[in-house]
Design a binder for this molecule. Structure first.
Ligand code: NDP
Length: 473
């Protein structure tokens, strides 16, 4: 089959195709991999402080292009406020790595082992080429979140952002060149076939995306015996316990579920509320949801941006239609708004059942089913009855109770009396449970260890071998 040379770009605010994305030919992806593999040893041989100086330069080069980047992200995602947070947060994260990485990769002098004449030294060896395959929901941030610590560790990067949101790529290439990183960081563009070519050309893969694609990526990596860090989807639950401050919980959950149109991996997608506070909580959540407005007329006014990927529209429409046809009630929203682009108004759903797709499957939209439960045990059991395990939230005025409940949830990041803190706090380590992913923590300083292999240098300081073999009787 002939490869396409370009793909149409859709503007999520207008629904119009208003540009073309060049597709990197498969042969060119392979050639980029070879070029990166050739350039990587000299990069890894630099002192880590020099690599970090280039990262600091990258942060400045991106900061210098902030306004232009925001315009491109606006065209790709249709949203403004989230793009500001994305660009500024990415710059801050690069600066943080530029400061932190040297201590994380420090090699200590040889240590004396229990056998006194043997010394050992722990060293780290970077993977030559790390492939990054990223999704459309935070295009810039999720292309750099793993690439930056990997660069600091001494790897080179072959990255493919989502075809849906790749307009920022030329500007990022420019920033990389200005920071002296062009030889060790190549961005390619295209869809799934380009992603597969990245896997073939890499020595390790960092993938962020859906479970379905993550499975294909994991299988392709297994065939090549290369490690895969998979950061996948979720159906994050929130538990509102009987002693929770319901006003506070409703406000936090309205933001944690609806903002960014629900298009964040750690969006809250289900609420389990204990019966004694259910009525008050649902009323408060409905008020909060009704107060949020769509950005149809002006991306800088309103809180809820458009559905970014055209492929999501039918999924969300289908989930809503199925739930409403089977007895669910929408207390706010409930139907998509089409104005060229498509918006999903904040939708609070009640009278839902566990077998509805909107309760079971990822929605990735501003839709929040609320389920009333008899007690804490039922809330925990139903929150855990899912194939996902990304993050969760617990609300209670008794912090000890909240912590006890949180420890029983099968998820890697749990916010207490707040929602989506895993998106704001990047220093605490967390891993994905169940189908939400695989691999070491992407958060915290330890995440950099994913990009190096441990190598032990074991030194005999003078006793001739075979000292370990019993002498002849
Ligand atoms: P997809 O899985 O559809 O795509 C992710 C990336 O994989 C894209 O670059 C895509 O390219 C590429 N791709 C598609 N097919 C293949 C293939 N066969 N081999 C290699 N690469 C391929 O995810 P979405 O872009 O739709 O992103 C949304 C998903 O991402 C949600 O499930 C969300 O939960 C998850 N996510 C998880 C996060 C986490 O940290 N756990 C963070 C953010 C999002 P193209 O787009 O060009 O088809």
């Amino acid at each position: 089959m002939t490869e396409p040379t370009s793909l149409p770009l859709r503007n999520p605010r207008t629904g119009a195709h208003d540009g073309d994305l060049p597709v990197t030919a498969t042969a060119d992806v392979a050639a980029a991999g070879q070029q990166l593999r050739a350039a990587q040893p000299a990069w890894a041989a630099l002192p880590v402080e020099q690599r970090c100086a280039r990262l600091a330069a990258l942060a400045e080069a991106i900061a210098a292009r902030r306004e232009a980047l925001l315009e491109l992200l606006l065209a790709d995602t249709g949203r403004w406020h989230e793009s500001v947070i994305e660009v500024d947060g990415t710059i801050a994260a690069i600066r943080r790595w530029a400061q932190q990485a040297p201590a994380c990769l420090e090699e200590k002098p040889p240590q004396v082992e229990a056998i006194g004449f043997i010394h050992s030294q722990q060293t780290w060896v970077a993977y030559p080429v790390v492939g990054v395959i990223s999704p459309w929901n935070f295009p810039l941030m999720l292309t750099l979140i793993d690439a930056v610590p990997a660069l600091a560790a001494g790897c080179s990067i072959l990255a493919k952002p989502s075809e849906v949101t790749s307009r920022f790529v030329p500007l990022l290439r420019e920033a990389l060149a200005e920071a002296g990183l062009a030889e060790v960081f190549v961005l390619v563009t295209g869809a799934g076939a380009t992603g597969q070519a990245v896997i073939e050309a890499s020595d390790q893969i960092c993938f962020t995306g859906s479970v379905a694609t993550g499975r294909k990526v994991g299988e392709a990596c297994a065939r090549r015996f290369i490690p895969a860090s998979l950061e996948l989807g979720g159906k994050d639950p929130a538990l509102v316990l009987s002693d929770a401050n319901v006003e506070h919980a409703a406000r936090a959950l309205a933001w944690g579920s609806f903002v960014n149109g629900g298009q964040s991996c750690m969006s809250i997608e289900r609420v389990y509320v204990e019966a004694p506070v259910a009525e008050r909580f649902i009323a408060a959540l409905t008020r909060e949801a009704a107060a949020l407005t769509l950005t149809c007329d002006d991306p800088k006014a309103g809180q809820i941006g458009p559905v970014i990927a055209a492929s999501q529209v039918e999924l969300v429409r289908g989930q809503l239609a199925d739930a409403l046809a089977r007895g669910a009630r929408a207390l706010t929203g409930g139907a998509l708004v089409e104005r060229g682009g498509v918006w999903c108004p904040p939708t609070v759903l009640v009278d839902v059942s566990d077998d509805m797709a909107v309760v079971r499957d990822e929605s990735f939209a501003s839709v929040l089913p609320v389920i009333v439960v008899a007690d804490e045990a039922e809330a925990i059991a139903r929150a855990n009855a899912t194939e996902f395990g990304l993050s969760a939230a617990v609300f209670s005025s008794d912090q000890q109770r909240a912590l006890r409940v949180a420890r029983q949830l099968q998820a890697g990041g749990i916010s207490i009396n707040d929602a989506c803190l895993t998106g704001m706090v990047q220093t605490a380590e967390k891993q994905s449970f169940k189908l939400s992913g695989m691999g070491g923590s992407r958060m915290g300083t330890a995440s950099i260890r994913r990009f190096v292999r441990a190598r032990a240098l074991l030194i005999n300081n003078g006793t001739a071998s075979p000292w370990w073999f019993p002498p002849a009787a």
